[in-house]
Design a protein around this ligand. Sequence first.
Ligand code: B3K
Ligand code: ZN
Length: 884
Amino acid sequence: APLIRREDYLSPAYWIRQVDLTLDLDAAKTIVASKLTIERNGQQPAQPLRLHGEDLNLLRVLVDGQSVSFRHEDDMLVIDAPAADQFVLEIRNTIAPEKNTHLSGLYASGGGLYTQCEAEGFRRITYFLDRPDVMAVYTVTLRGDKKKYPVLLSNGNLVEQGELDGGRHFAKWHDPFPKPSYLFALVAADLVAREQWVRTRGGKDHLLQIFVKRGDLDKTEHAMNSLIASVVWDEARFNLPLDLERFMIVAVDDFNMGAMENKGLNLFNTKYVLASAATATDADFDGIESVVGHEYFHNWTGNRITCRDWFQLSLKEGLTVFRDQEFSMDMAGSASARAVCRIADVLRLRESQFPEDAGPMAHPVRPDAYQAIDNFYTSTVYEKGAEVVRMMHTLVGREGFAKGMSLYFQRHDGQAVTCDDFAQAIADANPDSALAVNLALFKRWYSQSGTPHLSARGQYDTAASTFTLELSQANPVTAAQPNKLPQLIPVAMGLVGRHSGQALALQLEGEAAPSGSHRVLVMTEATQRFVFTHVTEDCVPSLLRGFSAPVLLDDGLTDADRLVLLAHDSDPFTRWESGQKLALGRLLTALPTGTLELDEPFVHAMRGLLRDPSLDPAFKELALVPPSEGYVAEQTTEVDPQRVHAVRESMVQQLAARLNEDWAWAFAEHQVREGYRPVAEQSGKRALANLALAMLVRHAVATGDTVWPGRAYQRFKDASNMTDRLGALQALVNAHAELAAPALERFHALFRHEPLVLDKWFMLQARAPERDGRVFAQAKQLLKHPDFTLGNPNRARSLLMALAFFNPAAFHRADAGGYVFWAERVVELDAINPQLASRFARALDRWRHLAEPYRSAAREAVARVAARTDLSSDTAEIIHRALQ
Ligand code: B3K
Ligand code: ZN
């Protein structure tokens, strides 16, 4: 497939203003009749009308009621330029939903029919100008068997419904908002709904509905609460009300991603809708809140204002991730709970986006070229994109940002626009801000790929009472971008007194008075120096507070400095980071020899954290888990995954042993006695208790003691909620305890009728810490388990992605077994579902980063896949980039 370039953008030769669709729904053969009101775009030269179409069976084409000549060119239907500037095009075609395993377009799942159109799925339903800048008003009539499909849904408002002969019925929907085709949706299935009315501030009532399979209704309460909270939050924080009479969410078992923001009719992976205390963990409850929020917030940022072209994807995704992150933080409540959210977001960014930015798939937040757009729904576009929006927020302040958002909607409501339009609106609403003053420089965050390296060196001058901070940035060469310019980096910071532990007043040279003890330094050059005066005490700089920019920070601090920050910093993020860096330093030092002996000061500091009565349990849990193997690997040039695993395991094992009594104390102290509620206050305790239990079981298994494994098994059996049950099971499995096998068996028997819980069962086994190749062997065995299938994306992910992305030591084997497994599954999956396959294919895109013998073996596996001639363009793009 050819490369599509951002700089080649042209507006379309035709606009489609109205779409009238009638679908005769049937899983084997659905008939689609489409009537399009089309207008020539006067800005483009006269030319044939070229419509996208994929896997369609064309029956007829009429222009203004007359038959016309047409031809097929690749995946395009080409109709010679109609003479009129405006005309009606009628198309009739058929599709086969039950054969559609790509889960893009119209497909069958569990007896129902569902659509997924973003990015280019609409062309798999009918011929169309399937691009986001073509916005039309849709009227949709659905017809189908009333028994099979009692519920018929599409976007907007239900205008008519009724009976047809032969046991069929119909529903007619009209969506008054012009929208791009990627936001079209329909559902035909046997479903039931939880309903709730909400009143917005303008006094209007709106109907909220969540559709699920019969029997799942009791698992929709949390999703409904999250939806109501989202409606209230967007109106309160951004003045953005619900603009629809009804807002529907439909849950479906087979879904390629988390959820989809179709106008008024969001489609969701069941994973992000269904939850009960017995079947979902605290993390699942949080995931539901954030995804329900995310899709709901798209109604304004994405749907009311959409993307001009797919290169602008971050316009809606980066902004909407930022909004859902803020929503989750506001919902979490306390400052400490907010910090925990922030740390979790940063962990996610560093685990997946930083490696992406350092590998062959590195691309700017606003990419320049792609072959398959589905490959660019990346953590760069989403998570780094959200960080770019967050930096704007930091630079203009909370109020300024809200003003910028209003201006953005005032200017662009109803339009398809670009990332530039967004940045311009935020800047124009805040003309005196550092953002507006340096807008062109700031926008390098959109155009340059790669993670900037920021280094900081500080010096205290006792005689002059000054602290000099020198900051410099290096912008690394990345795939397709050899030359880089400095970027604007907001560095939120403070100074912490080395002896007093106090936050010191900050006064820069030339300033008349100090301005508090926290500020944001704005870096605009490669190297800059900041001199603080009236500094009464030697101090440690606390830098990049709240992770104020997505950069790699080399702060030049010593262990002693970090211990000061760990004990005293007022910023919880930096405090957490100091602990992580203490651990990271030890892991990296141990890598060359492969042996690690924890020193007393470190153990003492960790004990201090665990026992500190002023810290929240959720924070402690995050602070006491050492950096992941993936993150450690990122800090080295030639990764030996087995070595990284051994060293990190050794650290965990020693923490388990040396803090044994402290873990026992923590476990006892953090039991939740009240009934289960998915709230931060309870989930923090459960998280810390589960970590403590895992440590206790680990140490017990290592020393041959059976008491804690027995207790864990008991807890596993008796648990009243999934978080505790899974925590106890995980403690046994991860420690390779003898009781792990009976526990796994029991868990399977208990939940064999709960697909989302079975996913956990697969995932838990695929992610267990490797020991003597047992985990890999078990994963291969699980492939043959009767409950395993590649056809369901959740199930496929729970085994394949868990192993290849989250279990480096099980996957990267000296005998290359993991790579053979990978190559076979990529090919197998690609024939079924290219989007899923290309995701999985990325597990080896950074083979160059590996040490021998892994590197050569991985390369060979990639080359073997590349040699195939039948790859989808999605997978081919990933594989060929990996070899470039
Ligand atoms: N916009 C969708 C993602 C569509 C992915 C297409 N491959 C979900 C979301 O970001 O909210
Ligand atoms: Zn999104």
